[in-house]
Write a protein that binds this ligand. Structure first.
Ligand SMILES: NC(=O)c1ccc[n+]([C@@H]2O[C@H](COP(=O)([O-])OP(=O)(O)OC[C@H]3O[C@@H](n4cnc5c(N)ncnc54)[C@H](OP(=O)(O)O)[C@@H]3O)[C@@H](O)[C@H]2O)c1
Length: 269
């Protein structure tokens, strides 16, 4: 008999960065699948509002936890919120980008990007992955990016952080399969969220969040990674054959148009 999504990855899911965009949509779709939720982010009032809506609509339990994943103590906050429940699905979604000249960026922000996009998923995956392996059941999704496939000038640290997540997910998919734990890297292209505003760049040809999240949930347990949108899949296929430096130069030219006001060389407000 084929287990339902809830039987395989329930009864609880932990979603980081659930206060907006892709993370909030993961919460909505997982609630529709009947999973109870732990939602983590810094903007607690937003999490509380979403939690109330999902509880009322889907008759599930939702716990909202304020956690800043760039801070060393974040794990204790998440463990306190997940006490006495079984987390069968971890969605490492929280993340942000920094667009502009690398040397102009504040070093604290660059380091926080690494903490949120790389260190936090590493720590959460180790913590919850061990518990899943003991139960021989579970799933872990890393929300990486199509940027993981392409070194990207003017978004250098971000692209590198997403490559880290993609490689970690692909390696762990092999390692954890024998433990009964499925691992997937979800690699969206430009998606309609608050991401670009936060990063300080324009968004073009953005996909809606619904199909992006649906693709991730559908491919978990079937593939090690999924790129959303045919144009992004075409780009990744092209990159397998393109000389790496040529691709990086093209990426740099595109990013200059998206990040800088024409001619003044300064990042967009
Ligand atoms: N949108 C795109 O085009 C796109 C494309 C490819 C990949 N992605 C990836 O998708 C993921 C979700 O981004 P999004 O597009 O949905 O952007 P978003 O709307 O800006 O959402 C980002 C989420 O991350 C959380 N977050 C940021 N810093 C945090 C911190 N220090 N501690 C805890 N949570 C933090 C934010 O919550 P708080 O601010 O409340 O803390 C928010 O919930 C990211 O990993 C991003 O890299 C996005």
């Amino acid at each position: 008999m084929i287990a339902t999504f809830k039987e395989r990855y329930g009864p609880w899911a932990l979603v980081t960065g659930a206060s907006s965009g892709i993370g909030a949509e993961f919460a909505v779709q997982l609630a529709e699948a009947g999973l109870n939720l732990i939602l983590a982010a810094r903007r607690k009032p937003r999490l509380d509002r979403l939690a109330q809506q999902l509880e009322e609509k889907n008759k599930i339990q939702v716990r909202a936890v304020r956690a800043d994943l760039s801070r060393p103590g974040f794990l204790a906050e998440i463990l306190a919120a997940s006490r006495s429940v079984e987390v069968g699905l971890l969605v490492n979604n929280a993340g942000f980008g920094l667009a502009g000249n690398f040397l102009d960026h504040d070093m604290e922000k660059e380091a926080a990007l690494l903490d949120v996009n790389c260190r936090a998923p590493l720590i959460l995956t180790h913590e919850f992955g061990r518990k899943m392996a003991q139960r021989k059941r579970g799933g872990i999704i890393f929300v990486s990016s199509v940027s993981a496939y392409l070194a990207t000038p003017f978004e250098a640290t971000y692209a590198a952080s997403k490559a880290y997540e993609l490689f970690l997910a692909e390696s762990l998919r092999y390692e954890l399969k024998r433990e009964g734990v499925d691992v997937l890297a979800l690699c969206p292209g430009v998606t309609s969220t608050e991401f670009h505003e936060v990063a300080g760049m324009k968004a073009v040809a953005a996909m809606p969040v619904g199909p992006v999240v649906a693709a991730g949930l559908k491919k978990l347990g079937k593939k090690s990674s999924v790129v959303t949108g045919w144009h992004n899949r075409a780009l990744v296929a092209f990159l397998k054959f393109a000389p790496r430096w040529t691709a990086t130069v093209q990426a740099g030219r595109v990013m200059e148009g998206l990040v800088f006001k024409r001619g003044d060389g300064r990042p967009m407000e």
